[in-house]
Design a protein around this ligand. Structure first.
Ligand SMILES: Nc1ncnc2c1ncn2[C@@H]1O[C@H](COP(=O)(O)OP(=O)(O)O)[C@@H](O)[C@H]1O
Ligand SMILES: [Mg+2]
Length: 272
């Protein structure tokens, strides 16, 4: 039986007369990076918020680490919140707080650590995401978009979570910064053995990081599997998603990872 870090059981989301999720079940397996993709309005953000206990589904259950977010008691929920970290798309940092204070905030909320330890932990987390200690006293407005994402990640990792949520982690970054942030996420995930749930529109990010992709469309998960598997699915959203130039390039890259050897001049010579 799969070891589900997150489990959605027969989840329905209904706003007025609009059905957003229709009887969705899903298991996010321990240690995987699962990406949620789907068109605008398909219910990705809502699903993420339900996994974070920020929103309740209309029907069904959401379990994280085996505990229900719907029926659990508030104390249990507080303990659960300390076991996951989130990098939100917007407002990645508190603009009125320095880099140091941003990363220190979740540690201070524990009310159990002294200043010396908080200092050491903050510097350690900043190092982990490639931010030198000399930047610690800077304000977010003085930083580049790439640095803000990294510091947001450091804050998400402050409490050493087992589970990490990423909402459009590379949105707004130029291609170089996006690529280096993807590399950082892959490294940290390996080092910490994290389970990751990510929402992304970016094909390169999707292909580089996902172990599995779940496609939200028509109020359901219409396809779930590796990027290779998903690319073969016939749903219209998927066809459109992989159609553009970037999609074609991403698919070429996937083919390159496959078992089929490319037809090289040497192979051609050997064949004759
Ligand atoms: N609190 C809400 N009240 C009413 N409708 C909502 C609410 N939250 C989301 N919706 C609607 O649910 C649908 C899914 O929204 P969302 O989860 O934000 O989609 P996505 O993130 O995939 O773009 C949209 O049609 C949105 O307008
Ligand atoms: Mg959204």
């Amino acid at each position: 039986m799969a070891d589900c870090v997150i489990e959605l059981r027969n989840l329905w989301t209904i706003f007025g007369t609009q059905v957003v999720h229709r009887d969705i079940s899903l298991c996010v397996e321990r240690g995987e990076i699962l990406s949620l993709v789907g068109g605008s309005g398909s219910g990705k953000s809502t699903m993420l918020r339900q996994m974070l206990a920020l929103e309740r589904p209309s029907r069904g259950d959401v379990l994280v680490f085996g505990h229900s977010l719907i029926n659990g008691d508030p104390l249990e929920l507080r303990r659960l919140r300390n076991r996951w970290g989130v990098l939100f798309q917007e407002g990645a940092l508190y603009s009125a707080l320095s880099v140091f204070e941003n990363v220190a905030t979740p540690l201070r909320e524990l009310k159990a650590l002294d200043e010396g330890l908080i200092h050491d932990l903050v510097i350690l987390k900043l190092e982990m995401v490639g931010i030198e200690a000399k930047h610690a006293e800077k304000m977010p407005s003085a930083l580049s978009g790439g640095m803000i994402k990294r510091i947001g990640l450091a804050r998400a990792l402050a409490l050493e979570p087992e589970l990490l949520f990423l909402d459009e982690p590379t949105a707004g970054l130029d291609p170089d910064r996006s690529e280096s942030f993807v590399t950082l996420i892959a490294e940290i995930r390996r080092e910490l053995g994290l389970t990751v749930v990510m929402v992304t529109h970016d094909l390169d990010t999707l292909v580089s990081l996902s172990d599995r992709v779940a496609v939200l469309a028509d109020q359901q998960i219409v396809a779930i599997g590796s990027v290779q598997d998903i690319a073969k699915a016939t749903h219209q959203f998927i066809a459109n998603f992989f159609q553009g130039e970037r999609g074609k390039r991403a698919l070429e890259a996937i083919k390159g990872m496959g078992i089929e050897a490319p037809a090289s001049p040497i192979a051609a010579q050997q064949g004759t």
